[in-house]
Design a protein around this ligand. Structure first.
Ligand code: FAD
Ligand code: NAI
Length: 468
């Protein structure tokens, strides 16, 4: 069969690219090596982790917050972890099933098997039953995503020494868990287990949590997670992990000295980042170049060193985020149709789904300082917000950074309830290059959490916040 476009990988980058290609009239195929569509995001990433975050948050609120609201549950609330995992799996099944529906609706041919380049226009598909099929294509979009980084010294065994994939399927509540890495995965999955009652200890090499985000956010989030009972060893590195059938021993060393100690736990979760996945893709058969971190190199049009072959999502440089992959999938499809799409990478928001949530877009204070850009800052605390007090969600703040001369909003950083949804307003305003004053003059419904954003914008325009 001859296709206009073949997409390798069915994650949020790949399936969105395929749908947009089909919408634009291209004869499109998608190849996925697993039996279900949806990639990391739908199967073992965004969706299942959020399902468990929501379930564990319900439990935590029942145990720790309901009494303040006058709801007496002294009769007892307990965790039914197998049911929690079952519900999570049902959410995953429904969501992945939805992608099958979308492929049929858009008349996209789906091939299950491992895709690899035989030559520039021929893709070979190795199937589970050992057979191989070949398809020919004018253009190819590589959307093969990423896998967790698991150094040999950590002895990843998928049983006691695990990654996020296995951490989403534990059915007996661990007593203790050591997490390597205070990044997004470590803190999201760490908070799931901490809320359910596991003693969680996090070892992080950097001097803050979520180190790539604005430093204030990391500090505020760590304060909240410590209240949840999570322990942190910042400026420490894990040197070695040993697993047995019953538990793990984790070797830890201070970052700046030779001091060493050991931690023992039921599980060790490795969450130190992910690597681009290009295994057995046959890149050498077509001469596609990779960078020093194994990511496929692309130009500004997301085209690889081989004309007609594009790459998107986690397998190329940039933030490893589902919505970034989706934008890139759309961009490639529209370019192939002769359109002139554009992505502003500075305006791709980042969200951490802990509670409080963390959400950000644009430049951090650290980045502005380093670039020598003069800026003003407005910071409004959740505890001064009526809506936050009404729901007992008083932890966090909204910080708005605007240009010292033009007042254009340059960065928005939030820690707090519903920050994940609130960041969309900041993205929209920044897309239209609004000033903090513009945002401050827009009416925000009362009482809502969004008033915190308006107040922070007032703060950035001068000493004008009303409620502090
Ligand atoms: P992937 O989703 O990784 O999909 C790639 C697909 O390609 C896979 O299905 C793979 O099997 C397939 N494939 C690979 N090689 C081949 C081949 N040779 N032949 C055929 N098929 C192949 N991001 C967010 O934005 N928000 C979140 O809340 C969020 N939560 C996350 C939670 C966890 C625990 C993890 C691990 C990740 C999370 N992410 C989140 C990141 C997000 O999942 C990724 O950024 C996103 O899935 C990348 O999409 P992609 O299409 O590039 O690749
Ligand atoms: P990460 O890059 O967010 O964090 C990894 C952390 O591990 C870093 O802080 C690093 O300093 C630390 N580290 C590395 N080696 C170490 C060692 N030996 N000892 C101690 N600490 C060490 O990576 P993570 O959490 O694995 O997530 C991978 C990707 O998945 C991220 O890039 C993220 O974009 C994506 N993701 C996104 C989510 C979201 O959008 N909400 C949720 C989960 C994942």
């Amino acid at each position: 069969m001859q296709y206009d476009v073949t997409v390798i990988g069915s994650g949020p980058g790949g399936y969105v690219a395929a749908i947009r290609c089909a919408q634009l009239g291209f004869k499109t195929a998608i190849i996925e090596r697993y039996n279900t569509l949806g990639g990391t995001c739908l199967n073992v990433g965004c969706i299942p982790s959020k399902a468990l975050l929501d379930s564990s948050e319900h439990f935590h609120n029942a145990v720790h917050k309901f009494d303040q609201h006058g709801i007496d549950i002294k009769g007892g609330v307990k965790v039914n972890l197998p049911q929690m995992i079952k519900r999570k799996s049902e959410v995953v099944d429904q969501t992945c099933g939805g992608i099958n529906f979308l492929m049929k609706k858009n008349k996209i041919d789906v091939f299950h098997g491992h895709g690899s380049f035989k030559d520039k226009n021929t893709i070979s598909i190795a199937k589970e039953d050992g057979k191989t099929e070949e398809i020919t294509t004018k253009n190819t979009i590589i959307a093969t995503g990423s896998k967790p980084i698991t150094p040999a010294a950590f002895n990843y065994d998928k049983k006691r020494v695990i990654t996020s994939t296995e951490a989403l399927n534990i059915t007996k509540l661990p007593k203790r868990m050591v997490i390597i890495g205070a990044g997004v995965i470590g803190l999201e999955l760490g908070s799931v287990y901490a809320r359910l009652g596991t003693e969680v200890e996090v070892v992080e090499f950097a001097d803050s949590c979520i180190a790539s985000m604005d430093k204030d956010c990391g500090k505020e989030l760590r304060r909240s997670l410590k209240k949840l009972g999570m322990k942190f060893h910042l400026k420490h590195k894990v040197t070695e992990v040993k697993g047995t059938s019953r538990g793990v021993t984790v070797g830890v060393q201070k970052r700046d000295s030779e001091d060493k100690f050991e931690l023992k736990a039921d599980y060790c979760l490795i969450a130190i980042g992910r690597r681009a996945y290009t295994d057995n893709l046959g890149l050498e058969n077509v001469g596609i170049a990779k960078d020093d971190r194994g990511r496929i190199e692309v130009n500004g049009h997301l085209e690889t060193s081989v004309p007609g072959i594009y790459a998107i999502g986690d397998v190329i440089k940039g933030a490893m985020l589902a919505h970034k992959a989706e934008e890139e999938g759309t961009l490639v499809a529209e370019q192939l149709a002769g359109q002139k799409p554009h992505i502003d990478y500075n305006l791709i928001p980042g969200v951490v789904y802990t509670w409080p949530e963390v959400a950000a877009v644009g430049q951090t204070e650290e980045q502005l300082k380093e670039a020598g850009i003069a800026y003003k800052s407005g910071k409004f605390p959740y505890k001064a917000l009526g809506r936050a007090r009404a729901s007992t969600d008083i932890e966090g703040f909204v910080k708005v950074l605007s240009h010292a001369d033009t007042d254009e909003i340059l960065g928005v950083h939030m820690v707090g309830a519903r920050a994940a949804d609130m960041i969309a307003e900041a993205v929209a305003l920044m897309e239209f290059r609004a000033s903090a004053e513009d945002a401050a003059r827009m009416s925000h419904a009362h009482p809502t959490f969004t008033e915190a954003f308006r107040e922070a914008c007032l703060g950035a325009t001068g000493d004008r916040m009303i409620h502090v």
